[in-house]
Design a protein around this ligand. Structure first.
Ligand code: ATP
Length: 326
């Protein structure tokens, strides 16, 4: 686990606004020597934060960062949806991993947020690029009745909830969904969904719903992404505050999860269709043991992609498959 000492975290908070602070001022505020400030300042580059140091002026971040406001989020969610346990870190390996690491079954929803993921993950061991305070990284651990069998379509339901949240925030954003787990704008990837299972007991399963959503990412920070990507800053004129984006997304997700645990995906099919970027298109779907080509004809109430192939209709389930629009 990539950890940050409390003084490192305070240093980031003190420098977040991009203003110069002298070494002695920082040392006083942090209760450490100027030499220790220098040492800690050097470490920030490990987390992708570029620091400038100018003689006579002190230190500042090359780019100011807008940190999330976890206290606001905690109050906002308990006011609008339900009380949650909220865990916030500046830096973590993966918010999904944090959510999975909680022992036992959760008594109530738990939310995990981070400004940066050192080992953000996609499906099949792929990496999710998660530069510091550039994007939004969140996971919810949520208890669902009905066990594993009740989870069909969850990834699509999550996509609908995030797309609804973004549409509510930025009506001009033409957000779409690519089965089974991508958020797209004009064919470029804006975000992704990763569902993992934490454990099943007595007909109840704890799911971990992870969402990565790009906010404002530079080309340098996006190095390693091997497909077309985009971020909110490129797509909308008036970018909402990061905390506002996370608040809306969490609100929609928690409302959706409460409905999903009693009714499943079926009531969301028509809303999914509004965002479906795949329906009517020729696609290639690759799973561990086969590649299928055909025309996508929408999704069924249990979240399966309906594919018309040369050998007839097939119902495909998400999980470990990869879909490309031809
Ligand atoms: P497929 O399209 O094959 O089904 P996927 O794109 O859904 O796979 P995921 O595992 O969901 O794959 O996401 C990981 C992939 O997403 C990475 O391999 C990379 O191409 C891309 N990626 C990683 N980070 C980001 C990001 N911040 N924004 C957009 N795309 C990213």
């Amino acid at each position: 686990m990539s950890t940050l000492k409390e003084a490192d975290q305070q240093l980031i908070r003190l420098l977040a606004d991009g203003q110069f602070r002298s070494g002695s001022q920082l040392g006083e505020l942090l209760g450490i020597s100027r030499a220790a400030v220098w040492k800690r300042a050097q470490r920030l580059s490990d987390f992708g934060l570029a620091l400038e140091s100018v003689k006579g002026k002190g230190y500042r971040l090359a780019q100011p960062v807008e940190l999330l406001d976890p206290e606001f989020l905690q109050h906002y969610l308990s006011r609008t949806v339900c009380p949650v346990d909220l865990h916030y870190s500046l830096i973590t390996d993966s918010t999904n991993a944090d959510a999975l690491a909680v022992g036992g079954l959760a008594a109530r929803p738990a939310v995990f947020l981070a400004e940066c993921q050192m080992a953000g993950r996609g499906r099949r061991g792929r990496q999710w690029q998660s530069p510091f305070a550039a994007n939004h990284y969140l996971s919810i651990r949520y208890p669902i009745q009905g066990g594993f069998a009740a989870l069909g379509g969850l990834s699509l339901a999550v996509g609908v909830a995030v797309a609804d949240a973004l549409t509510a925030l930025c009506p001009e954003l033409a957000v779409g969904l690519k089965w089974p787990n991508d958020l797209l704008v004009n064919g470029a990837k804006l975000g992704g969904v990763l569902i993992e299972l934490a454990g099943e007991m007595e007909g109840r399963v704890d799911v971990v719903v992870g969402v990565g959503l790009n906010g404002r990412m530079t080309a340098a920070q996006a190095q390693g992404i091997d497909q077309r990507w985009t971020d909110l800053a490129s797509e909308i004129g008036d970018l909402p505050a990061r905390t506002e984006v996370v608040a809306k997304v969490l609100e929609h997700l928690l409302v959706m999860l409460a409905d999903f645990s009693s009714q499943g995906f079926a009531p969301l099919v028509s809303r999914y269709e509004r965002y479906d970027q795949v329906a009517g298109k020729t696609v290639k779907v690759q799973s561990a043991d086969q590649v299928l080509e055909g025309v996508a004809l929408g999704v069924s109430p249990d979240g399966a992609l309906q594919l018309e192939t040369a050998d007839g209709m097939k119902a495909l389930y998400g999980g470990e498959v990869s879909l490309r629009i031809q």
